[in-house]
Design a protein around this ligand. Structure first.
Ligand code: IVH
Length: 667
């Protein structure tokens, strides 16, 4: 068999197994076998770059950075749906349709998925374009990102699909992925996504499709458009789409009476709570395409379809008190303390009030009856006040002016909604927050010490600063309640083994403002040890990749503080790593110092990620797009035509893989 034939065979095989796994939830081979086939295909494609295909299963991992998304005008505008919130309104819709049609009709009922809508175009069975809704008239071309969604077929199977058609649906982030992503973001001190919908649409707009690939998005399709559709009914068309490999919800149902529609709504309101993705209602569509044409559209939405929105789960309860929480960075968050109330299966006693502006907008008084909603958000929130129920209320809620923990007057930075407590050295929750951050997984990873232990040690005066972890002795702990000998041993051992944690993580553990995992890594590599970092000037700090003035100033301020310098000395004396490890340094050169390099195309000796690493290790900077300041392009096979054109226009040099590797060999 020729390589070309084998490539074709492997692509078909991998598309099939991908469909079995991600669409049908029914894998027929092991992950190991799947990976082996994928590796074989990758190897053959590397050896035969002339056979590159953007829809090959190997392309699901994503690659190039897209600086700007191209705008595409929708062939058929992407309309929205009229909303209804009660069964009475659904009955009105049903009646309107009945009168206008004056003949029998069926309503196709389906779930309303709560993600971000997408329109996919297929020509000759291959995905050619994926466009976001945008303003309904034109959207962004996000094809590279959508190719990474495993449940979207890149090449169709079966038969009977039109030569060219569009199919629309919803891109979703499953609950489990959303929760994992948010807990990772919390650990990094990054802002959380409010709900899976925002997370899905944010992810779809990322510029690096390889990051999109890791976010495990999913897509359900619900609307087929084109000139030669296989069937006369919407339901049958979607069943055909399913047979071509699309993920179509198996909860769709044709109803021929209003009672059947109501029954469907009731069933789904229960079922939806156990689904892996978010839904916010039901969509009702007249099934026959002929009847749809007869009913037509208003300016904004079809007359043949309507959405029924599930009641946002809401409860009414009494506001007893507003308390304030102070975080590690000093941000003060108001929290509503409520009479316990049952809401979507849990008892809610507290809800976030976010900031002073929100309290003001709600005109909140103690004793008010407030509406609490859970929606897709993680923490319940207060959405309003039942003003009619306001008889005898207490005082108006005024945001505190002093830190509830340490009494320091709060500050509010212009243009920011949050209030801060500036007393970072002595304010207890800020100290405890810093201690918790120090032991966290990405920092010193002392998992034998959790928040409760920290609370207890802090209360006993055993821990005041992160350096105190290294002075704890088992004798100090022997008589403490709730600590057995095994726990004590684990604590001592955990602290001892943290001495081996590499410098870049120590730097992250210090909790310097704006210094997250990546920035810490950059700084550690650029300066090599803590002394060089402490004496670096603002300019030297800003010369490091991706370090701007904001971060550089925060680093300078941190080390300018006498107390922090003492802290570093205590940690140094304890044996904490303040120098980059030899193995990290190994293989490092300055051969590419000052060079800005773009990687493009397919390579045979190393993967794209390996080349990124090689560039960094040799002092170069890898960037996504070609510009005047690009030093050269590391060009593999089948380099993107847009990049090639830009390179030629700007006169940027192309360096082949072999030339590049040779460059690093030379002394
Ligand atoms: S049909 C012309 N079906 O809801 C009708 N939309 O408010 C096209 N949506 O933008 C839409 N699930 O993003 C349809 N089963 C479903 C849906 C659905 C979610 C979204 C879609 C649309 C919005 C309309």
């Amino acid at each position: 068999m020729s390589p070309e034939e084998r490539i074709k065979e492997l692509r078909e095989l991998l598309h099939l197994h991908n469909h079995n796994y991600y669409v049908l939830n029914n894998p027929t081979i092991s992950d190991f076998e799947f990976d082996a086939l994928m590796r074989e295909l990758q190897l053959l494609e590397n050896e035969n770059p002339q056979l590159f295909d953007a829809n090959s299963p190997t392309q699901r991992v994503g690659s190039d950075i897209t600086k700007e998304f191209r705008q595409v005008v929708h062939k058929y505008p992407m309309l929205s749906l009229g909303n209804t919130y009660s069964k009475a309104e659904v009955a009105d819709f049903y009646e309107r349709v009945r009168r206008a049609l004056n003949e029998d009709f069926e309503i196709c009922c389906e779930l309303k998925f709560d993600g971000t809508s997408i329109s996919l175009t297929y020509i000759d069975g291959s995905l050619v374009r994926a466009v976001t809704r945008g303003d309904g008239e034109k959207g962004d071309d996000v094809t590279a990102n959508v190719r990474t969604i495993r449940s979207v077929p890149l090449v169709l199977k079966g038969e009977g699909y039109p030569r060219e058609f569009e199919i629309r649906g919803e891109v979703l982030m499953p609950w489990a992925v959303f929760e994992r992503l948010n807990s990772e973001r919390a650990a990094q001190g990054e802002q959380l996504f409010a709900n899976p919908r925002n997370a899905a649409s944010g992810t779809l707009k990322l510029q690096d499709s390889s990051v999109v690939a890791q976010r495990c998005l999913d897509a359900y399709l619900y609307y087929l458009l084109g000139e030669q559709l296989p069937a006369e009914g919407h339901y049958d068309n979607l069943q055909a789409a399913a047979s071509w490999g699309f993920k179509v919800s198996d909860t769709m149902c044709r109803c021929s009476t209003l009672d059947e529609v109501f029954d469907y709504i009731d069933r789904m309101d229960v079922l939806r709570k156990s689904l892996p993705v978010a839904t916010d209602g039901i969509v009702l569509k007249v099934d026959s395409l002929r009847q749809q044409r007869h009913l037509g559209f208003t300016a904004k939405s079809p007359r043949w379809a309507i959405a029924y929105k599930f009641q946002a789960e809401r409860a009414v309860t009494r506001l007893n008190e507003v308390t304030y929480q102070v975080g590690r960075t000093g941000v003060v968050t108001p929290v509503a303390n409520l009479d316990p109330v049952q809401l979507s299966g849990t008892v809610v006693k507290r809800a976030s009030l976010h900031n002073a502006d929100i309290i003001e907008k709600l005109d909140l008084h103690i004793g008010d009856f407030v509406f609490v909603e859970k929606g897709g958000e993680i923490i319940p929130k207060i959405t309003g006040v039942d003003v009619d129920a306001r008889l005898l209320v207490g005082p108006k809620v005024e945001f505190v002016t002093r830190c509830p923990e340490c009494g320091t007057p709060l500050v509010r930075v212009d243009g920011e909604a949050a209030h801060y407590c500036p007393n970072e050295k002595e304010c207890p929750p800020q100290i405890k927050g810093k201690l918790e951050h120090f032991v966290s997984r990405d920092a010193m990873n002392i998992d034998s010490i959790g928040p409760e232990t920290i609370e207890m040690f802090y209360a006993l005066g055993l821990l005041k600063s992160v350096a105190d972890f290294y002075s704890i002795e088992s004798a100090d702990l022997l008589f403490l309640p709730r600590l057995g000998t095994k726990s004590i041993e684990n604590i001592i051992a955990g602290v001892a083994s943290s001495l081996a944690v590499p410098f870049e993580r120590v730097l992250f553990a210090l909790g310097i403002r704006f210094v997250g995992v990546t920035v810490a890594k950059r700084l550690a590599r650029a300066f090599g040890n803590i002394d060089a970092l402490m004496s670096a000037t603002l300019e030297q700090l800003m010369a490091v990749d991706d370090i701007g003035e904001r971060i550089a100033t925060a680093v300078k301020q941190f080390f300018a503080d006498e107390a922090n310098r003492t802290l570093i000395e205590r940690l140094r004396a304890a044996g904490v790593q303040f120098e980059i490890a030899e193995e990290v340094n190994e293989g490092r050169t300055h051969k590419l110092k000052g060079q800005t390099i773009v990687i493009s195309g397919v390579f045979s000796q190393h993967s794209r990620d390996e080349y990124k690493d090689i560039i960094e290790r040799n002092g170069g900077k890898n960037v996504g797009s070609v510009s005047r300041s690009t030093s050269f392009i590391l060009a593999g096979e089948n380099m993107g035509p847009a990049k090639l054109e830009k390179a030629q226009k700007l006169g940027v040099r192309l360096v082949s893989e072999t030339e590049f590797l040779q460059m690093l060999q030379d002394d």
